[in-house]
Design a protein around this ligand. Sequence first.
Ligand code: RIB
Ligand code: CA
Length: 346
Amino acid sequence: MTETAITRRRIVLDCDTGLDDTLTLIFLSGRPDVELVAVGTVHGNVSAVQGALNSAAVLKTLGRTDVPVTVGARHPLAQPVQYSAKVHGSDGLGEIPIDREVRVRTDISAAEQLVRLARQHPGELEIIATGPLTNIALALMIEPELPNLIAGIAVMGGAVTVPGNNTPWAESNIKHDPEAASLVFSAGWRRCVLAGLDVTLTTWLRSADLAAIDALTTPAGRLAQQIIGKFSAYFSVTYGRQSCPIHDPTAAILLLHPEYGEYGRWSVQVELAPGLTRGATLADRRPFVANKPAPPHPPIEVATRLDLDRLLECFVAGIRAAGTAPAQQGQQGQQGQQMEKEVSGD
Ligand code: RIB
Ligand code: CA
């Protein structure tokens, strides 16, 4: 039987590993059509170093120590750093027991790692950003041609047509670094998909999804069960629902399956002024058919609706398959020789 070669999407994940970032790592590790080239971490749910140690511990649990994890920006571009321990726990993983004998890279930054990879593989890589956008903004400052070197980017962030979550007006990833988000949204990417609360707050795992994941006996499945349990504990109090939305995995899924969403093509601006609405994400959605002012910068694809059945089934299938995809041969990872300066886990 002839094997049909799968064209693997080459992805760099930039994250603030936390609970739903972890679900994204599990999901991506289960996709035979994804090569997780590298992970970079950023301040947000936890510190950038803690996020890196968390990412490396999750990848080790998944049998993916081939994937390099690099620490990124420790703080935002223009405001003090804030963390979200109330949602993700003090360690970012809900204090679940996990093997933390891991190493992460600090010899280069996540932004430098992204620029280096983009220059090495022009036009091939895609970015999934599930934390504040500081690393992406820094990479744009290091390499202004980055949007032409990257095939596409999917961002979990923003709240264009709905309330925020960090404040009534601002979503957490954007609120944690509004200046970075403004730079990223105006950069003119070949393709930029924004998975904001507009859609991610509809992605509550259904009882059938929870049951399917609870039935798994793989290390990845057991990890997903614990993570979903911790994430749901927060939402059961705050939203009164015994489930959780899959904010971050939604960005990954829409990058891989754009057909699972509907989009508004809008230029998204970020409120930078100090005050109540700082970090709000704004778009000119007036349905003018003429005389509409030119947008301030190239529009991006703002997800406005989802095919929830297909999206959630895709997520569960990825969790079910996780931990089985082969390691990328030759990839320098946690055991890589390039480790010059490391930070180790407990
Ligand atoms: O608003 C949700 C986002 O903030 C998610 O990325 C979550 O991990 C937190 O970073
Ligand atoms: Ca996140």
